[in-house]
Design a protein around this ligand. Structure first.
Ligand code: DHB
Length: 388
């Protein structure tokens, strides 16, 4: 009997340590740490760590614990890991999502569990429509492609070939660029697509050389730009008179410095440059480089950093309450200064509203940077805006 009594006491002690464990708020961070998009995972993991180093791991009296899982750039794995994080680890947030198919595969998990899914990287417009529990701190491809089209036509470019990765964000980039460019009076000579996985640019670049457009507009995902530029140069296209214009995914800060002089002068549109001129960005870049052996943060890092801010501030607003519906209410309409500039979460769509910058690749102190020279302020996702 006595033994039983002791067992009961032990069980109670266990239960109360369980209660203490509830004071921990867990974030399931699912990223491609290996596989094709590993650079995205590396950038976001570093940014999440930096955010926690700067802001601590206590929010509204609760300890924040980040559980990092590698989805190996495979969407089915993302979904399985997200399900396990919700079911076994009882995470209050799902976050990360390096590619569109991964963000999409997890949407039903977020909806069913009523757990906020914070998309820190992926950029297809429709992602936020896949679940009412999704909010995004990255970008949409239409946000950068429409301003790029507008700039191109205004600056004397009349005939364009587009070249995109053949999946969600590429198709959005192709359509939003082409629609805007044609509406302004330009001609789209051809829409070319290449596979997202292991792309070989040679066949399509031959087509570009034959078509001789004024400009080639390109989107490839983060981490693929250097390979594209290498083949563009190998084919002699940099000297052919075909101007290269792009979304900033191509002239990614993670790889830009290694792309060589061929990219000097390339005009592109995007949400973030490591060269962005603000006090907050300067300290962000400095802190990031210091903690990561000199690695330069890219737009993925900023999406991760801001995603953590969104999570911390939402928890502050709910006073530590992890009810998913209350957290989503807290997230809607939130506005703050990011290293990229002012941003907010559109309360109607849960998508990000941000400045888009027109930039030119230039040498600054011997290094290549995207130097911003024009700003389109507070851009909402054009695809969703057009549906209204
Ligand atoms: C996506 C991935 C990227 O690396 C990028 O630069 C843009 C979009 C995506 O899969 O949504």
């Amino acid at each position: 009997m006595l033994k039983r009594g002791m067992a009961a006491v032990a069980a109670l002690a266990l239960a109360s340590s369980g209660a203490a464990a509830q004071e921990t708020v867990k974030i399931g961070l699912v990223l491609p740490m290996t596989g094709q998009q590993a650079s995205t995972g590396k950038q976001i993991e570093a940014a999440v760590k930096l955010y926690q180093a700067q802001h601590g791991n206590m929010v509204a009296g609760k300890k924040i614990e980040v559980i990092l899982k590698d989805d190996t750039t495979v969407p089915d794995v993302t979904k399985r890991l997200a399900t396990e994080l919700v079911t076994n680890d009882k995470v209050a947030f799902l976050a990360g999502f390096g590619i569109t198919p991964s963000a999409m595969s997890t949407a039903p998990v977020a909806t069913q569990a009523k757990v906020p899914e914070i998309v820190m990287a992926a950029g297809t417009s429709s992602i936020t429509e896949a679940s009412p529990f999704i909010a995004r701190t990255s970008f949409t491809l239409a946000q950068s492609s429409v301003p790029m089209a507008e700039w191109a036509f205004k600056n004397g470019i009349k005939k364009v070939v587009t070249l995109v990765s053949d999946y969600g964000p590429g198709i959005d980039a192709e359509k939003s660029f082409s629609d805007k460019f044609k509406a302004d009076g330009g001609t789209i000579v051809e829409n070319l697509r290449i596979p997202m996985r292991s792309p070989d640019f040679s066949p399509v670049l031959q087509k570009v050389a034959d078509a001789k457009p004024d400009a080639l507009f390109v989107f490839v995902p983060s981490g693929t730009g250097a390979q594209f530029v290498k083949q563009f140069v190998e084919r002699g296209l940099d000297k052919s008179g075909v101007k290269l214009i792009a979304t900033g995914d191509v002239t990614d800060d993670d790889q830009l410095n290694g792309m060589g002089d061929a990219v000097v002068g390339v005009i592109n549109a995007h949400n973030y440059s490591a060269n962005h001129n603000s006090a907050l960005n300067k300290s962000f870049v400095e802190g990031f480089k210091k903690a990561n052996s000199g690695m330069r943060p890219n737009f993925m890092a900023v999406g991760g950093y801001d995603g953590m801010h969104l999570i911390y501030e939402a928890l502050k607003k709910t006073n530590g309450d992890t009810d998913g519906t209350k957290l989503m209410t807290a997230i809607k309409g939130m506005a703050w200064e990011s290293p990229r500039g002012p941003i907010s979460i559109d309360p109607d769509t849960r998508d990000i509203v941000q400045n888009i910058y027109i930039r030119k690749v230039q040498k600054v102190d011997g290094e290549l940077y995207n130097v911003e020279f024009d700003t389109i302020a507070n851009v909402k996702d054009p695809v969703k805006a057009a549906k209204k």
